[in-house]
Design a binder for this molecule. Structure first.
Ligand SMILES: Nc1nc2c(ncn2[C@@H]2O[C@H](COP(=O)(O)OP(=O)(O)OP(=O)(O)O)[C@@H](O)[C@H]2O)c(=O)[nH]1
Ligand SMILES: [Mg+2]
Length: 709
């Protein structure tokens, strides 16, 4: 059977698989505490009966490492009486560890006695003779540590024995004796060896390892991709030590070499150096799966004519068992439905950066009707392919590339079906050549393949190019010049940990933080939180591309309230404030209609003390008497958050907005809701500031409710 590489295109290392790998490592090595906190963090299921078993195992292994081999043997025998009896080599290794301990403690007579009574009986078996000689030779040296057999005294040797014992105990408890990671490495090694034996010229590179019940290893060999499914079976063979190239050959033949795989682009340098230019916008292509094919089937008893014998009667009886439609016609199996593609908002995602390295997503194709050409009552429909679900950050707007808006995934759980998988092909009952020709001329869904077999093809999946635009979801936006203290403010009132430094443009991408609920709103609202977005600093001319440009201002679009953070110790704070307002106005005058609080920061610095009252007064006066809430409720100027459809409305090309931008000056927009002096660094007057931010949020909420009524 040919392998369709598209089946494997979307195989990614998913978090659960990585967690399983880590968990198996922790269980294997008895890291109980780490394992418990890991389970608590990841929400994984606890492995059954692990605790008791792990405690015992841990004690046994510790004894081995400490050189207390007799205690380890005693505990192991308590665990399973015959375990060491069945593993003579391990038993010998443990006993010889005790011998080594005696030698190291210079208890030579005791060591000799122990060797004679306990170790030498093993010498009856050839395989122990060499080992036995090595250990006994230790007695001949005054300083065994300096003898050629010094390694037998080392911690590494004890660790080696402990590892072997661990595997035997695990196997005895029907647990995997190798960690998932060890198995994968074994598989990869074997596959590599195999490829080098086959004189494959290009060094294979492992692209994807999917660790689940049946791992899949994809190896890229030049432009070809060899797909080894059943890799787990390979791993098992290796574990049993019975792996040979013949076995691998079997799987290789079965899987065949798949067609050229698109080489995955390596992470472009600009993505690493300038993630802020890419984190919120990307073009991707998705393709839903093709439908699986139906089949051309023949009835088992199509001889006709002759009188029916007992055998034929039996066939007729079986034939009547076939599934039938209400009109009596046979229900023939169909190819499986191709996988749909769904994009959904996922809390765990922050940026769209990863889509720059993988920009193509293909859902699986539906399974074909698996038929030998004869219709039997056991024939089933081809397997439907699973839906390919692509997670994106909350706040992602999904649009057709250069086309219409498809969805605004603003809330957790929002999702959109982007491409429907192809319908599975129908099956046909074989007819005479004439009948088939007639059928083909009537059906568009039928085609011949290379071997002149007629197939009822599944419908192809759809391919869609999409533009994803991230617009962070936040209630409050922090704006200001670089270094004003926006990130410090966010860190002071939320649990966010943004980078803070005294150089401009420390923040390159929005940071989000959550504000506690407002106690004044009563118990019900207290628990509700507002989200704050700390944006990169703006400078004069940002709208012309200076500094970090202005693109990140799109992240203010969903905010309801703005907080202007101004460095009150700067040379001209009022000017700084006006510069930022002007840039906002040039980007989107709507932003100036929103309620806002001006925070004059850094009042802890001596030079601010004297100028603070006049600064507050001057800034409070800038703007029109019309408050933002009046603007919001005024029917002509209803305050609205621009819908995602407006995303690409270029201000300079939109008549109304252009007019707004040119005609309406900053002073014509509402005054600040409040102007407060604070020091976010020294926690001075933080509560006053919070009170004003909450009041602005409340005002906004009230006016939205008024509008809704
Ligand atoms: N004295 C004093 N220094 C402050 C205060 N708040 C912030 N700073 C300092 O100002 C510098 C800039 O702070 P940030 O929070 O990184 O400023 P920002 O506005 O986020 O800067 P960008 O990310 O570049 O836009 C840091 O050295 C802070 O320690 C304050 O209240 N008092
Ligand atoms: Mg910052």
């Amino acid at each position: 059977m040919d392998v369709d590489p598209r089946h494997y295109d979307h195989v990614v290392i998913n978090d659960n698989d990585i967690h399983s790998v880590v968990l198996s490592y922790l269980v294997h090595n008895c890291y109980k505490d780490t394992m418990e906190s890991f389970i608590a963090c990841t929400g994984m299921k606890q492995p059954a009966d692990y605790i008791e078993d792990m405690e015992k195992r841990k004690r046994i292994l510790n004894f081995v490492l400490e050189g207390k081999a007799l205690k380890a043997i005693e505990l192991t025998e308590q665990l399973a009486l015959d375990l060491l009896e069945k593993n003579k080599e391990l038993h010998f290794d443990l006993l010889s560890l005790h011998f080594v301990e005696l030698v190291c403690s210079r208890k030579c007579t005791e060591a000799l006695d122990f060797a004679q009574t306990t170790l030498t009986p093993f010498g009856k078996m050839d395989k122990f003779v060499d080992k036995l000689e090595d250990f006994l030779a230790l007695l001949a040296y005054d300083e065994p540590e300096k003898s050629p057999m010094f390694h037998l005294l080392s911690l590494e040797y004890r660790q080696h024995v402990a590892d072997s014992l661990n595997r035997v105990i695990l196997a005895h408890a029907n647990l995997p004796s190798y960690t998932a990671m060890e198995r994968l490495i074994q598989q990869a090694t074997v596959v590599r060896q195999y490829l080098s034996q086959e004189n494959v010229k290009v060094t294979p590179r492992i692209l994807n390892i999917h660790v689940c019940d049946l791992p899949i290893i994809l190896l890229e060999v030049g432009i070809h991709c060899i797909v080894f499914d059943k890799a787990l079976a390979l791993g098992k063979m290796c574990n049993r030590g019975s792996c040979n190239y013949k076995d691998i050959g079997y799987y290789t033949i079965k899987c065949r070499i798949a067609k050229a795989k698109e080489t995955s682009p390596s992470k472009p340098a600009t993505l690493i150096k300038e993630p802020h230019k890419h984190f919120d916008q990307v073009i991707i292509t998705v393709r839903s799966g093709d439908g699986g094919h139906g089949a051309v089937l023949s009835m088992p008893n199509q001889k006709g004519g002759k009188s029916q014998g007992k055998h034929d009667k039996e066939k007729t009886r079986r034939k009547s068992l076939y599934k039938r439609d209400f009109d009596g016609s046979l229900i023939l199996p169909m190819g499986g439905h191709g996988g749909d593609v769904v994009i959904y908002a996922d809390e765990g995602k922050d940026t769209l950066l990863e889509f720059h390295t993988k920009s193509r997503y293909n859902a699986k194709r539906g399974g074909n009707v698996d038929s030998t050409g004869v219709f039997t009552s056991q024939l089933h429909n081809g397997l439907a392919a699973p839906t390919l679900r692509i997670p994106v950050p909350i706040g992602t707007v999904v649009k057709r590339k250069r086309g219409k808006l498809l969805a605004d995934l603003a809330n957790v759980g929002d999702e959109i079906l982007i491409a429907r998988g192809g319908q599975g092909g129908i099956s046909l009952l074989g007819t005479t050549d004439r009948g088939r020709k007639k059928m083909m001329s009537l059906t568009t869904n039928v085609m011949r393949d290379d071997s002149d077999k007629v197939l009822a093809l599944g419908q192809p999946g759809e391919e869609v190019s999409l533009e994803l635009i991230l617009r962070v979801v936040a209630d409050v936006g922090l704006v200001g010049l670089p270094n004003a203290g926006k990130s410090t403010l966010l860190a002071a009132i939320t649990l966010a940990k943004p980078d803070i430094a005294d150089y401009p443009f420390t923040t390159l991408m929005p940071n989000l933080g959550r504000l506690d609920g407002d106690p004044s709103l009563g118990a019900e609202m207290y628990s509700s939180e507002a989200t704050l977005a700390d944006l990169p600093g703006l400078i004069e001319g940002a709208h012309l591309g200076k500094g970090l440009g202005r693109n990140f201002l799109r992240h203010l679009r969903r905010t309801r309230v703005l907080v202007h953070v101004v460095d009150a110790a700067a040379e001209n704070p009022v000017n700084d404030y006006l510069t930022v307002k002007e840039e906002l106005r040039m980007y989107n005058p709507d932003y100036l209609e929103r309620p806002y609080v001006v925070v004059l920061n850094k009042i802890d610095l001596p030079k601010v003390c004297d100028r603070l009252p006049s600064l507050i007064e001057e800034i409070s006066r800038i703007g029109s008497d019309r408050t933002s809430s009046e603007v919001e409720t005024s029917p002509d100027n209803a305050f609205k958050l621009r819908s995602p459809e407006d995303e690409n409305t270029d201000i300079s090309t939109s008549g109304v907005l252009e007019k707004d931008r040119k005609d309406k000056q900053i002073v014509e927009y509402p005054r600040p809701h409040a102007v407060v002096g604070v020091s976010v660094l020294k926690s001075m007057r933080i509560n006053e500031m919070l009170k004003e931010i909450r009041a602005a949020l409340r005002k906004c909420r009230d006016s939205t409710q008024a509008l809704e009524l």
